[in-house]
Design a protein around this ligand. Structure first.
Ligand code: GUN
Length: 294
């Protein structure tokens, strides 16, 4: 059996088209467009790339992006001041502080300082708290987890009643995606570094979400035949034949997995484009709320 490859790039392009139409509609009705502020602290190359991609995606759909490139040695107080200014700016509907932050910065305090109405990453403790409870709607859901669910929905995967296994328990992906699967009535298992026999657990998964950050860890024989496998990992591995000397692979060993899975996302071109599409979605939704259009 060969898996159906879930084309995240194509699905994300469809979503960006939907959002562009909504931006045009908002402009026509109010004369306004959504605005996203992207705050980058320091000079991590990966973070610079992610923020650049996010800003470019905004511009493509007509969302205004405000870039804040701050020095790596900025003080906690200065960073909190920038967040406060953005909270007060009526043209900004979404505030994104790219993670990870430098070690001397108290990340928890910075994320808590973002207005929950502008918390398009969904990382504010109130939004995460609401996400973690039954019947409490967060204003925003974190982008990558939201993108994972959207990929499943738009690929015709039923979640309700299925065994869903999440590999990883990070604040950004593992934990929130687990909450979303639970709210959609999956039977949920979370595996992590202390789980004794992970393959024995994953072989029961109808839906398997890999978000551990270990290159090609999930092999074909870890997968239940026909399962839907969503690979959130982005890992650089040395490759002397590649132009940059490395290539990107997921947490799933694609070649062996595609022989067993029913549906499978590639890396790149699976979850990555969906994260950005969901950021645009959240920014649009924030702006609609601000202008009374939702
Ligand atoms: N770092 C890795 N993923 C993310 C994300 O989705 N949002 C932010 N702000 N930082 C990240």
């Amino acid at each position: 059996m060969t898996a159906q490859i879930i084309d995240g790039k194509a699905i994300a392009a469809t979503i960006r088209g939907e959002i562009k139409a909504e931006v045009d509609d908002m402009r026509a009705k109010t004369g306004k467009v959504p605005g996203l502020a992207a705050v980058l602290v320091g000079d991590r190359k990966d973070s610079q790339t992610y923020v650049r991609m996010k800003k470019r995606a905004c511009e493509e759909v007509g969302i205004t992006s405000f870039g804040y490139d701050l020095p790596g040695d900025i003080s906690q107080e200065e960073l909190l001041k920038v967040v406060q200014e953005l909270n007060d700016n009526p043209d900004v509907h979404g505030i994104l502080v790219q993670l990870p932050l430098p070690k001397h910065i108290n990340e928890e305090e910075v994320l808590a300082a973002i207005s929950i109405e502008k918390d398009v990453d969904g990382f504010h403790p109130l939004n995460i708290g609401r996400l973690s409870m039954k019947g409490r709607d967060p204003l925003f859901v974190p982008c990558t987890p939201k993108g994972v669910i959207e990929l499943l929905d738009r690929s015709g995967v039923t979640i309700e009643g299925k065994n869903a296994v999440v590999l990883g328990r990070s604040n950004i992906v593992g934990l929130p995606v687990a909450m979303l699967l639970l709210h959609r009535n999956a039977t949920l298992t979370i595996c992590h570094s202390r789980t004794p026999d992970i393959p024995a657990v994953t072989r029961n998964a109808d839906i398997l979400i890999a978000a551990v950050g270990r290159a090609e860890m999930v092999k074909g024989d870890w997968i239940k035949p026909g399962a839907a496998v969503i690979d959130v990992g982005v890992n650089a591995v040395d490759d002397p034949t590649a132009k940059k000397g490395y290539r990107l692979v997921g947490d799933v060993d694609f070649d062996s997995a595609k022989e067993v899975a029913g549906k499978l996302t590639p890396v790149p071109g699976g979850v990555g484009p969906m994260t950005i599409a969901m950021l645009l979605r959240n920014t649009m939704d924030g702006a609609k709320r601000a202008y009374g259009l939702s």
